[in-house]
Design a protein around this ligand. Structure first.
Ligand SMILES: NC(=O)c1ccc[n+]([C@@H]2O[C@H](COP(=O)([O-])OP(=O)(O)OC[C@H]3O[C@@H](n4cnc5c(N)ncnc54)[C@H](OP(=O)(O)O)[C@@H]3O)[C@@H](O)[C@H]2O)c1
Length: 329
């Protein structure tokens, strides 16, 4: 089968087309004939040698796909060959075929093409578990989303809005600010122009926001605490601004704040299956009635994976990029 392999850790050019043996599904797994694979920032980290696949995962990059089930392993129930699915993977998506635990497969939401569905799993699983489970965002509360125009950010803004929260976002230029507001952010802040904590405090009558979804980390730590309301929750899922920051402990105590964070990839299949079930019950209806949708900026043939990585790493993506592997599976 055709795959994209990481020849060695390095720049996007190390992503090279290659031929590999087609994998066979083990117990509880399905083999998916991939129509399209989503591209995510963690793929860039893996390519640079900074985010190794967990034990047992494919070394081929790619954390999400949509396609058609080609075969099922022992013990798989409820998924037959021919079923159209999208799936969260621990790796292996940049390929003509990939393996996925059956628990991490979801039906392609009605109304979405396979290419659109390939842009769903990674950000929807991540946003659900971090904003709504770890961050416990409730209807009527407020959320600040950093990197609002990113794949993660465009998902978080829409989901929080659709589930009844008031949303603020930060982004790096006017076009991205407009995208965030078009998706439902009440106010998006160009962080080059304004201090986000000041804007958020002013917009909330001095109170601050209940939850922050942060992809920046160290560089934003102090300002994030400043932007939180009493009993606020800071959920850190990325470290684009460094892994170390200054933590004002008095603020933490006085406002009873919670700081948490997580990565999705290394979690157990059972845990990802639990998130999949929650998404199917709570979020699939929103995807199917059009209240939320993946924001697809562009698609590329599989062989042009390096170009997609260049765009992501130049911070030039707005929403998601997808690799089309097999246009008509
Ligand atoms: N923990 C998890 O489970 C998990 C899962 C998936 C993704 N993530 C993380 O979530 C983040 C977003 O992923 P993605 O795939 O959605 O990325 P993406 O679409 O490539 O977007 C990333 C955006 O972040 C902004 N950014 C980059 N460097 C920045 C910096 N130093 N300070 C402030 N903003 C910066 C840029 O937008 P602006 O131009 O607006 O600054 C960039 O376009 C990544 O850090 C990724 O590793 C975590």
């Amino acid at each position: 089968m055709r795959v994209i392999e990481i020849r060695e850790p390095g720049a996007p050019a190390v992503l090279q087309p290659a031929i590999a043996a087609c994998p066979r599904p083990g117990p509880g797994e399905v083999l998916i004939r991939v129509a399209a694979a989503g591209v995510n920032r963690p793929d860039c980290l893996q390519r640079r040698g900074l985010y190794p696949p967990p034990p047992g995962a494919s070394p081929i990059p790619g954390l999400e796909v949509a396609g058609v089930v080609a075969a099922t392993g022992a013990g798989v129930e409820g998924l037959q060959p021919g079923a159209r699915v999208c799936a969260l993977l621990a790796g292996g998506g940049y390929a003509e075929f990939c393996l996925a635990p059956a628990a991490q497969c979801l039906p392609v939401p009605a109304g979405l093409s396979l290419v659109e569905a390939a842009a769903v799993p990674e950000t929807f699983f991540t946003v659900w578990t971090n904003v709504f489970e770890r961050g416990r965002l409730q209807p009527g509360e407020s959320l600040l989303v950093h990197g609002g125009a990113s794949g993660i950010g465009t998902t978080a803004i829409q989901l929080a809005r659709a589930l009844g929260a008031r949303v603020f976002a930060t982004a790096g230029n006017d076009e991205k600010v407009a995208l965030c507001e078009g998706l439902g952010a009440q106010r998006a802040i160009d962080y080059h122009e304004e201090a986000f904590a000041d804007v958020v405090r002013e917009a909330t009558g001095g109170r601050g926001v209940d939850v922050i979804l942060d992809i920046v980390g160290g560089r934003y730590l102090e300002a994030n605490l400043d932007a939180l309301a009493s009993d606020g929750r800071l959920v850190i899922i990325g470290l684009l601004g460094g892994a170390h920051g200054k933590l004002p402990l008095a603020t933490l105590l006085n406002r009873r704040l919670t700081i948490t964070g997580s990565t999705l990839r290394a979690r157990e299949v059972a845990e990802k299956g639990r998130i999949a079930a929650a998404l199917r019950a709570r979020v699939w209806p929103l995807l199917e009635n059009g209240s939320v949708a993946p924001v697809l900026q562009a698609s590329f043939p599989l062989e042009e994976a390096a170009r997609a990585h260049e765009i992501l790493e130049a911070n030039a993506a707005m929403g998601k990029l997808v690799l089309v592997v097999n246009p008509a599976p």
